[in-house]
Ligand binder design. Sequence first.
Ligand code: TMP
Length: 269
Amino acid sequence: MLGTDAGHPHHWKKKMARRRQIYEGKAKILYEGPEPGTLVQYFKDDATAFNNKKKGVIAGKGVINNRISEYLMTRLSDIGVPTHFVRRLNMREQLVREVEIIPVEVVVRNIVAGSLAVRLGMDEGTPLPRSIVEYYYKSPDADKPLVTEEHITAFGWASPQDLDDIVPMALRVNDFLSGLFLGIGLRLVDVRLEFGRLWEDEHMRIVLADEISPDNCRLWDIKTNEKMDKDRFRQGLGNVEEAYQEVARRLGILPESGPRDLPGPKAVQ
Ligand code: TMP
């Protein structure tokens, strides 16, 4: 293939266009990385809710989530939490280690909200006596169902040993992020994490994967209880872009002058 392109005036463009897409999700695209064992994670502005029933675009979200996730993954790595994150490449892309994603979403909750409020008929905002860990199976066919450790180990989505790594890591991430967000006037209501198996020679270790951003956690302002996360989109509360920007601004990763300083390229593919 390379040979036929040699000397062609559009050689470079063609090569870029041919970058292999590994996977396209609702909010991100994964491309083959520059070296074996790496992937490029591209952040889109697309947003979905209620398992794809609601679709929309949050202008600039990809740029902001790329930054927020870079920042949080780096801080977590600083305290010894292993993650797939390597480095940010540009406005919308980051380099990550290629992992085998465990098909279970791990949700850690500190305050009743969302599906827990509905399922148990409890008031949103009720503080939980302790953090609760829940698992949702990333079923290819059904809406992600709530499952127990029994289902996870029986169907082999993760082993008991994997869960022995995952649960303390999820709680540690939740504790660290709760403190970090509290410091900038935000309450971490809940957070959804994904983990992957990273293979190094014969060894496997479990690392934090995917992203951490207002797309997959709930953040409420300490003083006003205002929602500063994707619930603004899910519930049609308006000012979605502004909320994401405010989170980034408080984290100190958005210039005070605002998002115009982050003119994300439309498409980098
Ligand atoms: P839930 O209350 O709707 O179950 O959501 C719990 C947390 O998980 C919340 O922070 C939003 C996040 N989440 C995702 O990241 N992806 C999803 O598909 C769902 C349903 C929730």
